[in-house]
Design a protein around this ligand. Structure first.
Ligand SMILES: Nc1ncnc2c1ncn2[C@@H]1O[C@H](COP(=O)(O)OP(=O)(O)OP(=O)(O)O)[C@@H](O)[C@H]1O
Ligand SMILES: [Mg+2]
Length: 170
């Protein structure tokens, strides 16, 4: 689908939507928008492709750790997730976190694990650094939402390994 197809779909899904921008030209399905004065992101996908992401955002109500879920939509075989827009920019590859940022990211991962969410797609492109210098995770389409078992233990340790790579020396 083209950018204008997604813009049309966005208007079908959310009547009072104002499209501000495409977030990324390679991803025409993700739009930066305003709805009722709120700054948001609308991520659209076919059929069940965004189910996991939606179930994570429904589960994680502590907005300190994940974007707030404003609303979700089902239209013409598509799912739309309207979530909080987070100011900031993604980490660069090779960028490292200072001790406060690292401990803040650890806290978010601990929170997600406690909610039964494992195998987070933790890499610089899925971590936004806010203007206050706080790392925020936001892409949850590949993780597992389940009760803890031996496979989730493996996924949890993998998450900690990935976090460790981002840790700075000082
Ligand atoms: N809530 C948000 N606030 C600000 N920017 C966002 C937000 N959600 C996504 N973005 C921007 O859009 C880009 C792509 O988002 P995301 O990682 O959710 O999509 P994706 O990688 O295409 O997803 P998937 O892994 O489901 O294919 C991000 O790298 C980020 O720059
Ligand atoms: Mg991503």
């Amino acid at each position: 689908m083209t950018k204008s197809d997604y813009e049309r779909l966005a208007h079908d899904m959310v009547s009072r939507i104002e499209i501000v921008n495409s977030l990324d030209s390679a991803r025409p399905n993700i739009l930066q928008v305003r709805v009722d004065g709120r700054h948001a992101v609308l991520k659209m996908g076919i059929a069940d492709s965004l189910c996991k992401e939606l179930s994570v955002l429904e589960r994680t109500v502590d907005s300190k750790h994940t974007p707030v879920l404003f609303d979700s939509f089902k239209t013409d075989g598509h799912i739309g997730i309207l979530r909080e827009f987070i100011e900031g920019k993604c980490l660069e590859f090779g960028e490292r976190l200072n001790p406060e940022q690292y401990s803040s990211l650890r806290e978010s991962v601990r929170y997600l694990h406690a909610e039964g969410i494992y195998g987070l797609d933790i890499y610089p492109g899925n971590i936004l650094m806010t203007p206050e210098g706080r790392p925020r995770l936001f892409d949850f389409n590949t993780c597992d939402v389940c009760i803890r078992d031996s496979s989730s233990r493996y996924r949890m340790s993998w998450d900690w390994e990935l976090i460790n790579i981002l840790r700075g020396d000082n």
